[in-house]
Design a binder for this molecule. Sequence first.
Ligand code: CP
Length: 313
Amino acid sequence: MSSKSSISLKPTGAPKKLLKINDISLQAIQKIFERAKLYKAANQQPKTQPSKVAALVFFEPSTRTRMSFEIAAHRLNLRTSIFTADATTSLSKGESHHETLNNIIAMEPDLLIVRSPENQKIDKILLETKIPTINAGNGKEEHPSQALLDAFTVLENRGTIQGEKILFVGDVSHSRVAGSGRILFEKLGAEVAICSPKKLMPQSAEWKGVQRFEDLSTALKWCTVCIGLRIQSERHSKKSLPKDYISKYRLDAKNLNALGAKAIILHPGPFVNKIDLDEEILKDSRCKIHDQVTNGVYIRMAIMEEVLGATGT
Ligand code: CP
């Protein structure tokens, strides 16, 4: 176990940030899981100062992550101020994303929670700001709070993460969920594999050596946790979906016959019915997709406390 006890502090004395999953030590992950479990059991009082303001800045669409952070903040008695990139903001007058973020930072919120498309200027601002910050998903890079809530859901349902066989199915190459998830699950001792058409398999160095399946049935027989992914059509530019994608890779009752009886099915959402999966599988007792969403609030309460340095340890 790492000797670091918290989310990365670079340099010493700098604000705590969760920008990527590698920012967080094993000890801090464990602390977050423990506190999320206590919150879920209604056995934990928040340690945050109620007067603090969390700014939620969302340059990309979101349902789960934005609402989940907002509800988590309210449960911690924090106040929230929310920016969503729509026609009522000065983005519609031509202001850039990065200048918008500079202005919000200049208002000095106590905590920043930011979702952005791929944008190096925003990444740099978040790295440099003195405000504690959480990445709520950036481009196809990272989605660390999603990875933590996924891992927590695996732990809750499978009793362990060590030795679990985690399979990401679908558009892995454009998925920030798979990006953060692979690192976290491997860090916690699980084995990770992917299943997708060749065209949607990641080619970057980070994915070198990760087991790859093209056949869904073989992959489902291998895994103990199946994580479906949405086709990220907003990031495909010129790429199109392989013609046989739905017949070969959609998660439905027929395909899932190959999955073990004690295995679980996850999906970060939003799922596109009849493409990523058939919504009939929500009735499958192995499907924990809505449990993930419930757990997201508790995990985000624990993450926000950790980043605000409010855990009292
Ligand atoms: N899982 C997830 O990031 O969903 P949203 O895009 O709805 O926030």
